[in-house]
Design a protein around this ligand. Sequence first.
Ligand SMILES: [Zn+2]
Length: 503
Amino acid sequence: MAIRVYNTMSRSKEELETIEPGTVKMYVCGPTVYNYIHLGNARTFLNFDMIRRYLEYSGVDVTFVQNITDVDDKIINRANVEGVPADEIAEKYRLAFEEDMEALGVKPPDIAPRATEHIAEMVEVIAVLVEKGHAYVADGDVYFDVSSFAGYGRLSGRDLSEQQVTVQFSPEMERKRDPWDFALWKAAKPGEPSWESPWGPGRPGWHIECSTMSVQYLGGGFDIHGGGLDLVFPHHENEMAQAEAYSGDRFARYWIHSGMLNIDQEKMSKSLGNIKMLREVLEEFDPDTVRMLMLGTHYRSPLSFSEMSLTEARASIERIWNCLERIESAGDNGGGGSGAGGNELTSTLERLDASFREHMDDDFNSAAALGEIFEAVREVNTFLDGAEAPPAAALQRAKQFIMEHCGALGLELEASSRIVASSTSRAKISSAGSDRGRLLSFAAEAGIEAETGEMPDEELVQLLLEARQVARESKDFTRADMIRDGLNGLGIQVEDIKRLRPE
Ligand SMILES: [Zn+2]
């Protein structure tokens, strides 16, 4: 069955027909690097990671481009507040973004162009827009003339003639011919980062960055343009107007937008003070849990986040782990029998595989697809309850089914996420000075010297866990057990699970 996607442009599901069959060229708006990303941003990036992974799983060759906005008012404001240069802020949070994405298990883009490295190309596009009469210069700024582009409002479904506009008086508003016009180029203010241009020193507006870099790397009329739902207007509307006015051709074929995230039923916002950073959540929960929670809601629907929903997602991941463990130990306990029901299980899994794909082909319905994985987990558990000597082939297929379908959604089921220091004992060691001393002396005993004196407890525990992992891998079980027992003695639970990977 062909893959169908909901296209914001047509407001309907359409069959995905790409320019080149078997390949998808997609562009997703990346972060403005002025702060750590919050859970709402994380949801958008995770959703597009899921879409990309599923396309790849379906045999499609995907080229994934995601920009880094490293010059912007928000970055400049932040730099002024912190009293450091803007490029320092941008670099710091760009690296933090990469770290966060890696921690969440989001695949890095094939190309991650930075705005500041493409200024010349943007200047060129702006110059053509001015030349074609789609843009005008005013006091060193350049604005896009919305009235010059007939299709303006098509993507967001706005008819500007009927739209009320509330404008705040500003010098910028004074320079615009129409309040809907938007900046392509902003004249430099003292102390701001700036580049040379035919209109004087300045910097590009945000929208022109995406129009320029997407077409530069993917070609005009590329397949999928994505981003958060909050970007439809004005960002994507403006990107499209600029790009199509520039080339005279269609910009992107399919527009995909990821839904918003609410915290405890409320919109996440600065004024409500309920902004949750991804980092905070990943300190307490493993990435598969966060992903499980997010995939449990269709990517276009609003997602309601709460601590409780994370705990439930964690329990779902545990259910999968427990089933995999049961399969492993059934195999260890002989397996190889001709136990009845093996063929039946295998054909049930074939049926579930087909429905998994049907759900995902239908506009990436990850929530329904997860339902098929849990159905498989139930079937496998029932099979194991009833089979004394389950046949090896059926066990192998069961394990492979779970690993493969979880993998297609980006659930990694990494053993390391199961080696957890329980949060209660962690709290205990960090609050009690005497335990800190015991932890340090135990680390020294285990031969971990480094700069442990300065290191926070969590990192030290992590180092010990890594040392234990190294010992296990080199089959030095005496040392591995010594580290585990030592940690247990300090009130830190160490839980193990076999590494389960599809063969
Ligand atoms: Zn963009």
